[in-house]
Ligand binder design. Sequence first.
Ligand code: HEC
Ligand code: HEC
Length: 407
Amino acid sequence: MRRLVFFCIAAVMAASAVAADWNGNERAILATLRLSQLPPVPADPSNRVEGKPQAVALGRQLFFDPRLSSNGKVSCASCHDPKQQFQDGRAVGQGVGTGIRRTMPVTGSGYSAFLFWDGRKDSLWAQALGPLEDAAEHGGNRLAFARVVQQHYRNEYEALFGLLPDLRKLPSDASPLGTPQQQAAWQAMDKASQQEVSRVFANIGKALAAYEKTLQFKASRLDRYIDGVLAGDKSAEQLLTVSEKNGLRLFIGAGRCVTCHAGPMLTDQQFHNTGIAPHGPMPQVLGRRAGIAKVLADEFNCLGPFSDAKPEQCGELRFIADGPALEGAYKTPSLRNVALRPPYMHAGQVGSLAEVVAHYRAAPKAKIGKSELERLKLGEQDVRDMAAFLATLSAPDQFPATQPPSR
Ligand code: HEC
Ligand code: HEC
């Protein structure tokens, strides 16, 4: 028995040492997937403080602060846990209540023009305001958040954004989105006070965004493999098994995965209908089309009163692409570290990577809109190989380093 095991291991090692023989076209695609090709995260002209170290420091404090919630228990980190690549491993988010979509990893989100599975926000700072007032997430309201800032972060805030408004004459809780009482309290406030409170709220988002933008990916085994292969380093061949190499070949070839999972983050940052069965009640299941209507109407978008951008700097929003093909479409997720965070898809509908690949092979009809997928001619071993390949995108050393700040 022991000899047989030894023989098998030796055979696998010998086989994996064989050069994979990538042709010119394949090598060109491989070169684009390396982390070293990732450009610096683009600047967001709508957030003038994002590059300031004080904004990063304040944002980091706020990210881990459960006082920013209706029950004093929920922070961004409750769902975006730094030890789990800033997500939670659940099918749908769990905060003050239960959500309808899966928590997305935060690392790399600064590269997206549109945030959330349906892209209903057009900046990281505007995105951060969503969960804060969502009844199922932080369940808070913007006036209560302004009071938390006033009590606990006054100096840090004022150094970045100028004086806080006087909140003494205002109600303790108020928001245009909260409970009926909070909405009534908001309507009773004069326009100028509403504007001042919303500005503090927007600035909370801007500090959070500054922190989120500092989160970075680390190189995976695949990055080291490709770097080695392209440099002609024979020893790099051992970094991937035969099965993983076959999976990679299918990923960039017959599987057509790179048409959407392209570039160093393995995403085109676009929205596609891939026929994943919807989850949850209508109309939340509509995907990107509903997201477009929401981002255009959002008071916190790039063209709104709280943005620091000039209108001509808001090209993504002004020239937003819409059309029936986006019915039931969701954002292409990055595949970095994907094997470390099941379940998959926008509501955790698929349990394992093998099942994900089986979904692509079968290309089922979409229940909403039309799926862009075509059936793939893949054997059982190919499905296993592609799932094995996806695990080469992991960089497990990326996460434990981040510690919550001490208060
Ligand atoms: C209750 C769990 C929960 C909490 C708390 C929470 N989030 Fe999320 N987060 C989610 C879920 C679920 C999604 C996807 C929701 C959707 O698309 O509708 C998401 C999406 C995101 C995204 C989008 C990433 C992308 O690539 O588009 C970012 C960024 C983010 N959250 C940051 C934050 C910040 C900052 C906070 C704190 C202010 C926060 N989240 C609080 C669950 C949570
Ligand atoms: C037409 C564009 C497109 C193609 C082609 C495509 N994907 Fe995807 N992929 C997506 C989108 C969009 C999602 C999210 C779908 C959803 O949640 O509804 C996704 C999700 C995934 C996920 C889950 C990631 C997560 O965090 O939930 C994996 C894994 C994946 N794709 C792998 C592959 C593989 C392997 C192939 C090739 C066989 C492939 N994809 C081809 C667009 C595409």
